[in-house]
Design a protein around this ligand. Structure first.
Ligand SMILES: Nc1ncnc2c1ncn2[C@@H]1O[C@H](COP(=O)(O)OP(=O)(O)OP(=O)(O)O)[C@@H](O)[C@H]1O
Length: 606
């Protein structure tokens, strides 16, 4: 019931006028078949009774008018219905994505069940309200037509309507069962379809094209994709066969009822109990009632199926934040007392191993902390906790002594600038790629250029065909159209150039309290890396920074070096202190340094 109310509310909110027109036209068309059948009967009876042409004319004109209306109105109804669907689709999509923005953390985007639900919501959220409104109107229309014909049949014989109604009961039960099975099947198939979509996207992705060709894995991936399609085809085929068999039985029942009543009518007319006009009315009425009943049953069953699917949309839209949000949140203050990880325990889910095991760490205000550790040590995880993408399972992360859970996540994030290890490459212009770092400056070219200069991106961006307005994409044409004469395809950047743009994006937020740089120079050449770290050093003085890098020469001069190992802080201190400790840091640093030193004599002797 809630689904119906929500769907109707959504439809009305999206398009009150077109909905009204749609309703009015549908209701106007509903009695037309009955009117036509009656006019036909009356005209036939008049002709057989030898009535004056003038007396028949009025009814014949009525008949023509009804035919005209029956022919024209459906086109208008269809336009009103499509326009309603378009508007509802737009509103439903907006609501769906507004709802996903409410998910404060990352967990929902890593939950396969929830991802399936979002896919179902995207598929059915926009279409269901339109379908439901059509279904309700079609139900009303079928009821009006069906009742009109049933009433007409009553005039001829009282038992015919009873037989027809009784035959509709098994039809309804079967169709409801089929609808439920279809909705269940859609839900069961959603993971398979998502997997197929993954392979399909992979096979057409620019990013994957290189490896697919080099490794010759196209056929392998295609087979994996086809396997998913075959699996869903098997299930769909089974469902279709079930549906066809059930509907064939239902069809037989309908034919038996129609033939039986016609047989009776012929005998009754031969015996003089009913007129020729009655036979015409009876044929039209039996057909009309049966088609109204079939349409009613299909509509109700389809309605039922759509409601079950619409439920996924409602669940996503109604889902609250995935992490608890304090109400009211504590006021966030400029970072003065640093950030403290206090006995933080964290794992991605109860099925995953602990990543952090009672971690204690202080990031002092105005200092640069270098985070070091082997692959998988938990450095990026720590950063994600710091941005409150997840909450610790035990312990807390404190900002100026206040638990992050007490703060408004949006306000917290507004105080943080970051380059993530898996930074984004947006298929947008160069200016937008930087401007997304702070929407307040997305049109402020001076600031964008300054951020690009600091990230070492200005020189190459300036040389792009349209400088900062160049579209960085091979997926789309420059501009909105499908590729006019003036619209060049977008430009492709190198990995290091993309990384510099990501850095520029972070620099646009450089006035923030905390700057996080997770492997900001991993894709840069040695010269660029030196230059960028030199600039970073200049700008980071007096600010709070967290810097993660496997290239230890780029973090060695941080105010504090922290080595993560086995989910805890294994070592902390300055470069000199940690080298003196001869622990993990000293060993990693020496290995890297040796790599360079070993190469020197080789080059010298060449
Ligand atoms: N979304 C996730 N879901 C489940 N496990 C995850 C997720 N992200 C990371 N992990 C696991 O958490 C552990 C720590 O990963 P993390 O990315 O924090 O390491 P890292 O120190 O940044 O590694 P690297 O130096 O390779 O970047 C790893 O074992 C990883 O498999």
């Amino acid at each position: 019931m809630r689904g119906i109310v929500e769907a109707l509310r959504l439809t009305w909110r999206a398009s009150p006028w077109f909905t009204t027109v749609f309703v009015a036209l549908t209701l106007l068309t509903a009695p037309m078949p009955v009117v036509t059948a009656w006019l036909t009967k009356l005209v036939l009876d008049d002709i057989i009774a030898g009535a004056e042409p003038g007396a028949v004319l009025g009814k014949a004109v009525g008949l023509a008018a009804a035919g005209l209306a029956t022919g024209l109105i459906p086109n208008l109804t269809q336009y009103a219905s499509r326009e309603t669907e378009r508007r509802v689709g737009l509103l439903a999509q907006e609501r769906l994505f507004t709802a996903t923005e409410r998910f404060v953390g990352m967990a929902r985007f890593e939950d396969p069940v929830f991802l399936n639900r979002i896919q179902m919501a995207m598929q059915h959220g926009g279409s269901t309200p339109g379908v439901l409104v059509s279904a309700i109107l079609s139900t009303v229309s079928s009821v009006v037509t069906g009742l009109g014909f049933l009433g007409s049949l009553l005039v001829i014989s009282p038992w015919i309507p009873v037989v027809i109604l009784a035959s509709a009961v098994p039809v309804l039960a079967t169709e409801m069962w089929l609808a439920r099975s279809r909705a269940d099947l859609s839900w069961r198939l959603s993971p398979i379809e998502r997997r197929e979509m993954f392979f399909r996207d992979l096979l057409t992705s620019t990013q994957a094209a290189k490896e697919i060709r080099l490794f010759g894995i196209g056929a392998y991936l295609r087979e994996r994709m086809t396997t998913q399609r075959r699996r869903s085809n098997v299930e769909n085929r089974r469902m279709d066969l079930r549906q066809i068999s059930a509907q064939a039985l239902i069809g037989l029942l309908g034919t038996a009822v129609a033939s039986g009543t016609l047989f009776w009518a012929v005998l009754a007319a031969a015996g003089g109990d009913i007129s020729i006009g009655d036979i015409s009315l009876l044929v039209a009425a039996v057909g009309g009632v049966q088609s109204a009943a079939t349409s009613l049953v299909h509509t109700v069953a389809g309605f039922h199926q759509q409601l079950m699917l619409f439920d996924h949309y409602l669940r996503v839209v109604a889902a609250g934040p995935d992490l608890p949000v304090a109400s009211p949140p504590a006021a966030i203050t400029p970072l003065e007392h640093g950030i403290v990880f206090k006995d933080v325990w964290f794992r991605y889910s109860p099925d995953h191993p602990w990543v952090l095991r009672g971690l204690n760490l202080t990031i002092p205000n105005g200092r640069t902390v270098g985070l070091i550790g082997r692959n998988g040590a938990g450095k990026s995880t720590l950063i994600k906790l710091l941005c409150r993408m997840y909450d610790p399972e035990r312990g807390a992360v404190l900002w100026n002594g206040v638990d992050l859970r007490e703060l408004d996540p949006a306000e917290l994030r507004a105080r943080i600038g970051a380059v993530f290890q898996d930074y984004m490459e947006y298929d947008l212009t160069a200016a937008e790629n930087i401007g997304l770092g702070d929407l307040a400056y997305v049109s402020d070219r001076d600031r964008i250029v300054a951020a690009a200069e600091r990230a070492g991106a200005h020189t190459f961006v300036e040389r792009l065909p349209r400088s900062y307005d160049t579209l960085l994409s091979r997926l789309f044409f420059q501009g909105d159209d499908v590729g006019g004469a003036d619209d060049g395809a977008g430009v492709v950047l190198s990995g290091g150039q993309w990384q510099r743009l990501a850095l520029a994006r972070a620099h646009l937020r450089s006035g923030r309290d905390l700057m996080i740089l997770d492997e900001p120079s991993s894709g840069l050449d040695a010269e660029a890396e030196y230059e960028i770290h030199h600039k970073l050093r200049q700008f980071r003085t007096g600010r709070t920074n967290v810097l993660i890098s496997h290239r230890l020469n780029t973090v060695r001069d941080a105010d504090l070096l922290v080595v993560l190992d086995e989910g805890v802080v294994a070592e902390r201190g300055t470069h000199e202190e940690l080298m003196a400790l001869s622990g993990v840091y000293a060993s990693l640093f020496s290995m890297q340094a040796e790599g360079y030193l070993d190469a020197l004599p080789e080059r010298a002797t060449r």
